[in-house]
Design a protein around this ligand. Sequence first.
Ligand code: HEC
Length: 333
Amino acid sequence: MNFRLAKWIMDHRVSVGILFIIVTMGFMVGIPHVQIRTIFKDLLPHDDPFVQVYYDHPNFGNPLLISVMVKRKVGDIYNHETLNKVWQMTRDLDLAPHVNHDTLISISTEKLRYAEATKDGVDLQALMDNHAPKSPEELAEFRSRVQRSPNARSFYISPDETATLITVAFLDSVDYGESFKYVHDLVEKAQDADHIVYVAGQPILTLYSDDRFEMSFLVPAPTFQTLRLGQQIEVKVADLPDLSLKGEIAGYGVMEKGSGWGAEYPPELRNGEWEYRVFTAQKTPNTQMKLNACFECHKAQASHDFIHAYEKLQEASPLRSIPLWQNRHRRPS
Ligand code: HEC
């Protein structure tokens, strides 16, 4: 039978060949419609009980939820400028690409309501009318409505009344780059002298870890030059002037170059003639420290003699703030 089929094919090889070409071309017609993209749901571990609950109840909770917090730096949120910002941002977020409109909640959407007892029963009304409250009377009315809305008060306004949340989820069709550039631009635009806007959520984390980003910590040069171990210092994060971190010098990281050094390292690790070492607070070598990471990360600066802050070190004057430490994160590929 197999032989007969093979013989038949060989006898009609031209027609069979043409048939195959036609079938192939038929399939090729579909090529322009083939979409290659990441569907977020497919990346979740299917055997995880949490994920299974999510599949069973897709309307309850959402992994693609983002939270935007609008915070007034001085005073509370009950002023036209802040409330109007929230009102406008909520509408702008509604226009974000691939946003799930049903999930948008803020103090300016009708999802948040306040209850009023009337003689006929309980009346539920939207917290905010179709504009942000402006006059002192409107603002006072809004404040009293919030008092009658436990949902808004507990989940969407901070206890000190200086910050409020806008939450929204994205659809599975989300295009991370497109949607989050939109959100990111909105956030940038909304920040001003009186307001800080934070955005959080798993999708934002994915977006940021997708891109290499840098965090620089600034310490004033005079402090830097007199640093002693164990000393408490205050460090500023370069991009966030309002945030300062307190820390303590826990050890020293040193790199030193000597002629003929480094020959024992394999070429993919070797940093020319540089050696790295970390010392403890007692100035003894810290032997726990794995030094391969030093080599790997500084290797990227081969064109600048393996020194990351090559240019900065040359221009740093004693009075300028100079970066104390900088970290570059990259998602492992
Ligand atoms: C994640 C990457 C990374 C790793 C790992 C790393 N460094 Fe660095 N290192 C940097 C960066 C970035 C700078 C520049 C900071 C700045 O701009 O002031 C730097 C700066 C330095 C400097 C100042 C000279 C220079 O290159 O600007 C020394 C000394 C140094 N690192 C030692 C070490 C030692 C020792 C280790 C291992 C324990 C180490 N580094 C591990 C990224 C790294």
